[in-house]
Design a protein around this ligand. Structure first.
Ligand SMILES: [Fe+2]
Length: 167
């Protein structure tokens, strides 16, 4: 069915991120299990907890619009997670795998950031203050997570380089 109105467009994009968040939740659980570096594990664990709340926030946004929560299959998230799974298998050492998990997680976060920024434009235009607040909460967590993961990248890489020398 063609998307005829800006409201329908908003709900479509909301369904997309609602699906993406649930996929990323499963993806992060796998990443968390395969990560070996304690800080990386802890970052992922914290964001798993946050993501569970984010899914609930999105359900509240649907509720504000008088809609039942409905997922819109998100091919982008599917692709990002397929790639993450592939690189985790390809990694020859734990240290390399940790680096690859970090970069996969950062890519996921940036997809989410772009999605929430787009949704926020719509929510602000509609003058839906409560929806703005809920989406803003999710966006802030994604931005903080992306920043933390990116900041950890040099250390993860250094550990991989040290392991290489020791091998
Ligand atoms: Fe996230």
């Amino acid at each position: 069915m063609p998307i005829q109105s800006t409201q329908e467009k908003f709900i479509h994009e909301l369904g997309d991120i609602y699906d993406a968040e649930q996929q990323f939740l499963k993806g992060m659980q796998q990443m968390q299990q395969q990560a070996t570096e304690p800080q990386l594990q802890q970052m992922l664990q914290q964001h798993i907890t946050e993501t569970e709340q984010q899914v609930k926030n999105l359900e509240q946004v649907f509720g504000q619009l008088g809609q039942q929560p409905q997922t819109e299959p998100c091919q982008a998230a599917r692709g990002l997670l397929a790639e993450a799974q592939k690189t985790m298998k390809e990694a020859g050492t734990n240290e390399i795998r940790d680096c690859l998990i970090g970069s996969a997680a950062a890519k996921n976060e940036h997809y989410e950031i772009a999605s929430y920024r787009g949704l926020l434009v719509g929510a602000k235009q509609m003058g839906q203050q409560q929806i703005v607040q809920l989406l803003q909460q999710n966006l802030q967590q994604e931005e903080q997570t992306a920043q933390k993961i990116e900041q950890s990248a040099p250390q993860l890489l250094q550990k991989a380089m040290q392991a290489e020398k020791g091998a």
